[in-house]
Design a protein around this ligand. Structure first.
Ligand SMILES: Cc1cc2nc3c(=O)[nH]c(=O)nc-3n(C[C@H](O)[C@H](O)[C@H](O)COP(=O)(O)OP(=O)(O)OC[C@H]3O[C@@H](n4cnc5c(N)ncnc54)[C@H](O)[C@@H]3O)c2cc1C
Ligand code: FES
Length: 291
């Protein structure tokens, strides 16, 4: 993070902002998707701090709940939005407290951390996005980015699977993407209800209907690691090389700046070398926890 002003020290002195110091941000909107999934739109209390939070799609922030803890959460908004959005599944101690918060409450944010999706490398190529469950959150900003620069990308295919229809967050975004030219959007659920109109089954069952030219396709994948492993196997069979397949990994994070080693995966630190990796770079470490 860059330097910023401080109240300490002689008048006019500039002290570096600690990379571990959270910046207060107010929740300005909360949208709920079922009981355990919520999108929070956050606005920094100090608007002058916003440029430090400029991010590339795929990066994450550490979201701090005062007195409770801190969690790594991808930034799911469009990078051009003034506010920052985080889509959060309630799974444990800290997220259970976040669930009880709403507009007017204040959280701490530090970041953005990690790297972004290879959107420059994907220019003028076809892009296949494969996501499962909440996996859509880290990649939705990337899809918006490509559509805003539509002429710079070839055919865009989005293949998104959810366990149940209520898990389909940002449904309006999928509908908007579907209306774009030269675009295919395939949505699927394991547990269709009476109003579900799209495909059924897990996401990897629908690869066959995706046309892809391995020589000009870049693949972005995020979601549960088991889904990613199946997807990679199918893509390899279809001739896509490991340096064109990019995955977003999740590991337990503490510092998020490469200091503590909690997120280490072989020689890589997921917080600073990732969370996005070409499959070729992960090699035998992919899918291994606790290394
Ligand atoms: C780069 C990155 C991006 C992420 N993006 C999002 C996001 O956009 N939205 C979202 O809801 N979550 C995201 N996560 C996961 C999120 O950080 C965890 O769900 C959160 O830390 C759980 O905190 P907790 O205190 O509520 O749960 P805890 O009480 O700490 O844990 C509850 C359970 O979840 C498991 N767990 C905790 N952290 C992780 C993790 N990082 N990966 C896998 N299992 C974990 C624990 O082992 C335990 O079983 C991301 C994680 C990473 C590393
Ligand atoms: S979270 Fe501390 S090194 Fe990655």
């Amino acid at each position: 993070m860059s330097a910023g002003p401080s109240s300490a020290g002689p008048p006019g002195a500039i002290r570096p902002v600690s990379p571990l110091l959270p910046e207060p941000a107010e929740i300005v909107e909360k949208r709920s998707f079922g009981a355990d999934l919520h999108a929070f739109r956050l606005r920094l209390l100090d608007p002058a701090a916003r440029p430090r939070f400029d991010f590339q799609p795929g990066q994450f922030n550490m979201v701090y709940v005062p007195g409770v803890g801190e969690v790594a959460i991808s930034i799911s908004s469009d990078p051009d939005d003034a506010d920052l959005e985080h889509t959060i599944r309630i799974v444990g101690r800290t997220t259970a407290v976040i669930e009880r918060l709403g507009p007017g409450d204040v959280l701490g944010l530090r970041g953005p951390y990690g790297n972004g999706w290879p959107l420059q490398e994907a220019r003028f190529k076809d892009v296949l996005v494969v996501t499962g469950g909440l996996g859509c959150a880290p990649v939705s900003g990337a899809i918006d980015y490509m559509f805003r620069r539509r002429a710079s990308y070839g055919h865009i295919t989005v293949l998104h699977g959810v366990k149940k229809p209520a898990d389909l967050v940002h449904a309006s975004r999928f509908e908007a993407w579907r209306r774009q030219p030269d675009t295919t959007v395939v949505l699927t659920t394991d547990q269709p209800d009476r109003v579900w109109r799209d495909r059924t089954g897990v996401v990897t069952e629908h690869f066959e209907e995706v046309e892809l030219d391995p020589s000009r396709t870049v693949v972005l994948i995020c979601g549960p690691e088991v889904m990613m492993r199946y997807a990679i196997r199918i893509l390899r069979r279809r001739g896509v090389s490991d340096d064109r397949i990019f995955v977003s990994l999740e590991r337990n994070m503490h510092c998020a700046v490469g200091w503590c080693g909690h997120c280490q995966l072989g020689p890589e630190f997921v917080c600073k070398d990732g969370p996005i990796f070409p499959v070729r770079r992960l090699g035998r470490f992919f899918g291994v926890h606790g290394l």
